[in-house]
Design a binder for this molecule. Structure first.
Ligand SMILES: [Zn+2]
Length: 457
C-alpha cells in the first residue's frame, strides 16, 4: 500500500496526531534558532520568557487543528437546514474567523449559509462551538471580567497580559464587563431557594437553631453623569449605594448567604430585600436585624423579616458615644475614658433611659458639645428598643458589623473608592452586581446567562 492510500485510511485521531506533530516541529525549529545559536547561554528567566512568547502561537495552532479534525463534518458541510424554517440551504461561501482563546490565536474557515425564505444567514459551526462574535472568545471574556471586578480597567488589562501573556485592551475589558453586568440581575446574583435551603441545613444542628443575620447599610460612592461624545466629563456627585448582607451564624461558624448592593433609592432597596426574603424559609430560623440608625433600612428590614430581633450596630453606637466624650471631656483624658466605659457598660445592660437621663443633665462644655449631646439623645431615643447587647450575646446574636460583617465595605469600597474613580451610575451598579455575584458564588451562573444571549443572537 502506498503512503497516500495509507493516510487516506487513517483514523481521524491519527490525522490530528500528524497535524500536532507538524506544529511541534515548527515550534522546535523556532526554539532551536533562538536558543542554540553559538555562544548563547540563556538563563531560566530568559528561557521561560521565550516559552511564554511562543506557546500562544503554538497552542493556538494545535487548538485549531483539533477543531478542524473534530468538526471536519461541519467544516465541509455543503447543505444545512435553516434554523428558522427548516429548508435545506446550500453553502454560499467560506467565512474566515480569527478567534483568540486562552490558548492563543486560531483561525477557522467555516461555511456560511443563507436562507432566501427567511433572509437569514447562519453558521452551524458557530452554534455548536459557541463561538463569540467578539474575537476574544468566552473563556477570555470570563477571565477578563473577573479581573476587572478586582482592579481598574487600565491596570487590569496590563495585569492580564502580564500574567497570561495574552493582551486584551482596556476598552475590550470595559465593554465586556458592562455587557456581562447587564445580565447580572438580582434573580441570578442571589443564590436559588434550594441553594439557600442547603446552606441553612448545613449550619442547623439538633441543639442549635442558627441565627439568620440581615445587616443593611449605605456606602457613599463617587458618581458622575455619563458624558456625551466630545463633551467634558459630567460633574461628580456622591451617591449612596444601599445594600445588605445576609448570613447564618452557626454554632462555630458563619455561612454567607447573599450580598446585594446598588446605587438606588430606598424604595428599590426595599423591593430587592423583599425579593431575597421570599427565597428564605424563615420559619425555623432565629433572625437578627443589624443596622445603624438610618430609618430607611429599619423600615424595610422589619417589613421583610417581621419576627427579626432588631439590633443597633454596636460599633456605630459606640462611635457616637466617643464623639460626645471627645468634645465634652477632651480626647484621651481620664474623664473621657471613664465616661465612655461606664456609658457603654450601661448600654450593654440595656440601661438606655439611664444614659439618656445622664446626658440630659450634662453641662455642655461648648456649643459643639451641646449639639453632639443633643444628637446622641435623639439617636438613643430613636433606637431605644434596639439596644440590648447583653441579651444579644447570650442568645448568640451578633451585635455589630465589625470584622466578617463588613462585606458592604469590602464589596463597595475596595473597588469603587479608588482615588480618581468617578462612576457612571450604570457602570457602578454593574460593578456592584458582579462583585456581589463573585462573593455569593453565583458568577458562573451569571456568566452563563450572558453567554447564552450572545450565542442565540
Ligand atoms: Zn429559512
Amino acid at each position: 500500500m502506498g503512503l497516500a492510500a495509507r493516510i487516506l485510511e487513517q483514523a481521524p485521531t491519527e490525522d490530528f496526531r500528524d497535524m500536532i506533530h507538524d506544529e511541534v516541529d515548527k515550534w522546535v525549529d523556532q526554539i532551536i534558532d533562538d536558543v542554540f545559536e553559538d555562544g548563547k547561554e540563556p538563563t531560566i528567566m530568559e528561557l521561560s520568557q521565550l516559552f511564554s512568547e511562543t506557546k500562544q502561537k503554538f497552542f493556538g495552532a494545535c487548538f485549531q487543528a483539533l477543531i478542524e479534525q473534530k468538526y471536519a463534518g461541519l467544516l465541509e458541510q455543503e447543505y444545512a437546514p435553516c434554523p428558522q424554517c427548516g429548508k435545506m440551504c446550500k453553502k454560499r461561501r467560506d467565512h474566515l474567523k480569527e478567534i483568540v482563546t486562552m490558548q492563543g490565536p486560531s483561525a477557522l474557515k467555516r461555511p456560511w449559509f443563507y436562507c432566501v425564505n427567511c433572509s437569514y444567514g447562519f453558521l452551524p459551526l458557530d452554534k455548536t462551538l459557541e463561538i463569540s462574535r467578539k474575537k476574544n472568545q468566552f473563556d477570555v471574556q470570563k477571565k477578563a471580567t473577573r479581573t476587572a471586578a478586582e482592579v481598574p480597567f487600565s491596570s487590569g488589562s496590563e495585569l492580564f497580559a502580564e500574567l497570561t501573556n495574552h493582551s486584551v485592551s482596556d476598552h475590550f475589558m470595559h465593554d465586556t464587563f458592562e455587557q456581562v453586568g447587564e445580565y447580572a440581575c438580582l434573580e441570578d446574583v442571589i443564590p436559588s431557594n434550594q441553594e439557600i435551603a442547603a446552606r441553612c441545613q448545613e449550619v442547623t444542628e439538633s441543639s442549635w437553631r442558627p441565627v439568620l443575620v440581615v445587616a443593611s447599610d449605605g456606602a457613599h460612592v463617587p458618581t458622575r453623569l455619563k458624558a456625551k461624545r466630545n463633551e467634558k466629563r459630567g460633574k461628580g456627585q456622591w451617591q449612596e449605594a444601599k445594600g445588605f448582607r445576609i448570613y447564618l451564624v452557626g454554632k462555630d461558624r458563619i455561612v454567607h448567604l447573599a450580598s446585594w448592593h446598588q446605587i438606588q433609592n430606598e424604595e428599590q432597596f426595599g423591593e430587592d430585600l423583599s425579593f431575597v426574603a421570599s427565597r428564605i424559609q424563615q420559619a425555623n430560623l432565629r433572625i437578627g436585624l443589624l443596622g445603624d440608625g438610618a430609618d430607611w433600612l429599619w423600615k424595610h428590614m422589619v417589613a421583610c423579616f417581621p419576627k427579626g430581633r432588631q439590633i443597633l450596630d454596636y460599633f456605630h453606637c459606640a462611635e457616637h458615644i466617643h464623639k460626645v466624650a471627645k468634645l465634652q471631656y477632651g480626647e484621651k483624658s481620664q474623664k473621657c475614658l471613664e465616661w465612655v466605659e461606664s456609658t457603654i457598660t450601661r448600654l450593654f445592660y440595656s440601661e438606655v433611659d439611664n444614659v439618656i437621663w445622664g446626658l440630659q443633665r450634662m453641662r455642655p462644655r461648648d456649643s459643639l458639645a451641646k449639639e453632639e449631646i443633643r444628637k446622641l439623645i435623639g439617636y438613643l431615643q430613636n433606637n431605644r428598643e434596639r439596644i440590648h447587647y447583653r441579651g444579644d450575646r447570650i442568645g448568640g446574636y451578633p451585635i455589630g458589623s465589625g470584622g466578617i460583617e463588613s462585606a458592604n465595605k469590602f464589596i463597595c469600597h475596595t473597588r469603587m473608592k479608588r482615588s480618581g474613580a468617578w462612576w457612571v451610575k450604570e457602570t457602578g451598579n454593574a460593578m456592584l452586581r458582579i462583585r456581589c455575584a463573585i462573593y455569593n458564588g453565583t458568577y458562573e451562573k451569571v456568566f452563563e446567562k450572558y453567554k447564552k444571549t450572545q450565542i442565540t443572537l
